[in-house]
Design a protein around this ligand. Structure first.
Ligand code: MN3
Length: 253
């Protein structure tokens, strides 16, 4: 079922309901709208207007990310983005029943700073939880994503070095990304400030997010303090490459 979901838009249209369940969508109506707007086939699986449940326990990512950090991150920081996004959507008359979060992001220049910060924050965190899993030895991409990484960065090790560099050199708070640019058929590494992301029309760095890493201090400070590089280094063992692969396949179709 999950495999079918990422095989292309036609299959997706047939399996929209099942796909929504497979992705853990909490808002079927929004999933149906995104299906119409083609976001899934454009590589941006639809994001609901509410926080999705965590796909694992708060302590599941230890020792890389401690349970307290995960709990505060999800139940305080990310929860506040979702709440403030809903408030901004009400104030700015967004019809959330038939508008996807992705729709708002792609036209974010038309909305307030509050909408930009909180819709970005909500989207980025919903993606972030899905892109993590319990630590695995030798954690590594497989299949077409691995092949594309080697094609575009020469080796997985060279890719890791370039991604870590983008994440460590993002000044202040922000995100490091690996995006797929469909127009160039290329994977591109970059970073965005604050809660901006590569789906936003105001972003200079654009594409369909395949990987995203939160480098705000709230994501790592309790355990790593000022050592952002150590957090990034540990993060490689908890990347959910299977989910990244699905996003990549979806973006390419
Ligand atoms: Mn965060």
């Amino acid at each position: 079922m999950k495999k079918d979901f990422f095989n292309g838009r036609r299959t997706f249209l047939k399996n929209a309901g099942k796909a929504a369940l497979a992705m853990g969508f909490t808002n079927m109506a929004v999933a149906a709208v995104a299906q119409k707007s083609g976001y899934i086939s454009a590589g941006n699986p639809v994001t609901g207007w509410q926080q999705s449940p965590m796909p694992y326990a708060y302590n599941a990512l230890e020792p890389v990310i401690d349970a307290t950090t995960m709990e505060i991150h999800y139940s305080k920081h990310a929860s506040a983005y979702a709440k403030n996004m809903a408030e901004a959507a009400r104030n700015e008359n967004v019809a959330t029943q038939n508008t996807s979060v992705e729709d708002i992001l792609s036209g974010i220049s038309k909305y307030s700073v509050k909408m930009r910060n909180n819709t970005g924050g909500h989207y980025n965190h919903e993606l972030f939880w899905q892109l993590l899993r319990p630590a695995q030895a030798g954690n590594h991409p497989k299949g077409t994503l691995e092949a594309a990484i080697i094609r575009d960065f020469n080796s997985f090790e060279a890719f890791q070095k370039a991604f870590a560099n983008a994440a460590t050199t993002r000044f202040g708070s922000g995100w490091a990304w690996l995006v797929y640019s469909k127009s160039n058929n290329k994977l591109v590494i970059g970073s965005t400030p604050n809660q901006d992301n590569p789906l936003m029309d105001i972003s200079e760095y654009k594409g369909a997010p395949v990987l995203g890493l939160d480098v705000w201090e709230h994501a790592y400070y309790l355990k790593y303090q000022n050592k952002r590089a150590d957090y990034i280094n540990g993060w490689w063992s908890i990347v959910n490459w299977d989910y990244a692969q699905k996003r990549f396949e979806s973006a390419r179709s």
